[in-house]
Write a protein that binds this ligand. Structure first.
Ligand code: GDP
Length: 282
């Protein structure tokens, strides 16, 4: 599903999240470990003011492990609760449950003092499209609690899904828009697949990718495409890689679009390695 974010949609997304916020004790904010800042929503900070938040860096299996470590340290230095979850391999789930439980404890303590003893901790997941919200919900609740879809004529209400004995999760995650104002942020989102491809100029995205990799992962491109040395100009990378991979047009010229698409596909399927596109010091 393509979500086009018009001002009306943004307002509605925030309204829905605010409605749900009244019901939850903790917010679980998902970001992409390869671009933790670029994949955050610009107005979430203003929206979630009362609930504690845990920041989850998703898809760490695709990110540079050293950079992910730096990000976790960066967020912890800022006093935030941050952790990683590899939802594909199911790693980090118990850490998330423990973090949510801990963050909710002050509120639960208050409730206990009021005589409310056995209330579960309630949490909701928020994040931009494609960051892994549904995958994580499925991991948390297991298969046996399939969410009920829309039935004609029945107004769908949020439902609570049980996660173990002491935690409940809102079945509908909050879908947020990314920051698109900044050009570099847009390129990072595009490279990781957070922006729909039909709206992209692949060459721009791949040019960004090549420049970034030249600086931080100089060997990866050379090794992947078996190049002897770095081409002099950025365009040279397209030419060399296009030629190596046979991305040619009728007259034998390099097909730049096809080359760009190939490189982007290979980045997204980790054939270029585990590459993060954003660092805390940037
Ligand atoms: P949503 O739009 O936020 O609900 O995102 P989805 O849950 O549909 O996930 C988007 C894509 O990311 C799917 O192809 C998932 O398989 C993939 N995905 C989710 N979590 C992870 C993860 O931790 N690692 C990797 N490699 N892929 C993931």
């Amino acid at each position: 599903m393509t979500i086009q974010w018009f001002p009306g949609h943004m307002a509605k997304a925030i309204r829905l999240i605010k409605e749900s916020l009244n019901q939850v004790d903790v917010v679980i904010e998902l970001v992409d470990a390869r671009i933790p800042e670029s994949s955050r929503n610009p107005v979430l900070d203003e929206t979630v003011t009362d609930q504690p938040r845990v920041l989850v860096l998703m898809k760490p299996d695709m990110a540079d492990p050293n950079v992910t470590k730096q990000w976790l340290q960066h967020y912890r230095d800022l006093g935030q609760t941050a952790l990683t979850i590899d939802a594909k391999k199911n790693i980090g789930i118990s850490e998330l449950i423990a973090a949510v439980t801990e963050l909710a404890e002050p509120k639960m303590e208050k409730l206990r003092k009021k005589g409310i003893q056995h209330r579960s901790v309630r949490a909701m997941i928020v994040g931009i499209p494609n960051v892994g919200k549904s995958t994580l919900i499925n991991r948390l609740v297991g298969k046996n609690q399939a969410t009920t879809g829309n039935k004609p004529g029945v107004t769908r209400k949020n439902q609570w899904l049980k996660v173990g004995k002491k935690l409940e999760l809102l079945d509908t995650p909050g879908i947020l828009w990314p920051k698109f104002e900044d050009q570099t942020v847009g390129l990072r989102l595009a490279a990781t697949g957070a922006i729909k491809d039909e709206r992209l100029d692949f060459s721009d995205v791949v040019l960004y990718l090549i420049r970034y990799m030249k600086e931080y992962y100089p060997k990866s491109l050379l090794e992947r495409y078996k190049l002897q040395e770095e081409p002099e100009h950025d365009v040279g990378w397209f030419e060399e890689i296009g030629r190596k991979r046979g991305c040619l047009m009728g007259g034998g010229d390099i097909d730049f679009d096809a080359t760009a698409e190939l490189i982007l596909r290979e980045y997204r399927s980790e054939k270029l390695g585990r590459i993060s596109l954003e660092r805390p010091e940037q």
